[in-house]
Design a protein around this ligand. Structure first.
Ligand SMILES: [Mg+2]
Length: 93
C-alpha cells in the first residue's frame, strides 16, 4: 500500500512536469522497473518503486543493471522526497 502511495506521488509529479509516467509491463520479461518516465524533449528514465526502505529483488537488481548497461537512467524510489531529484536527473526542470 505504501508503495502504491509513492507510485501515485511520482505519477502526479511527472504530470506536473508535462510528462508521462507509464506503468511498464512486459509479458516476456520479469523484474523490469515499475514505471517508464517520459519527459519533454525526449527524456526518458525508469523507476522501480518500493515501500519505504524496500530493496529491489535480485531479478529486479539484474534488470536495473541491464538497463543501466544500455545507457538508460534507472532509479529505485522508496521515499517521496526523492521524486524531485529523480525528475531533475532524468532531465525535467
Ligand atoms: Mg516495485
Amino acid at each position: 500500500m505504501l508503495e502504491r502511495k509513492i507510485e501515485k506521488a511520482l505519477v502526479d509529479k511527472v504530470k506536473l512536469h508535462g510528462g508521462l509516467c507509464l506503468k511498464f509491463i512486459s509479458p516476456s520479461m520479469t523484474g523490469i522497473p515499475d514505471r517508464i518516465i517520459l519527459l519533454p524533449k525526449g527524456k526518458v528514465g525508469f523507476v522501480e518503486t518500493k515501500k519505504p526502505k524496500g530493496e529491489p529483488r535480485p531479478i529486479q537488481k539484474k534488470r536495473i543493471k541491464q538497463f543501466k548497461d544500455l545507457g538508460f537512467k534507472v532509479y529505485v524510489l522508496d521515499d517521496k522526497k526523492d521524486i524531485d531529484e529523480i525528475i531533475k536527473n532524468i532531465g525535467g526542470r
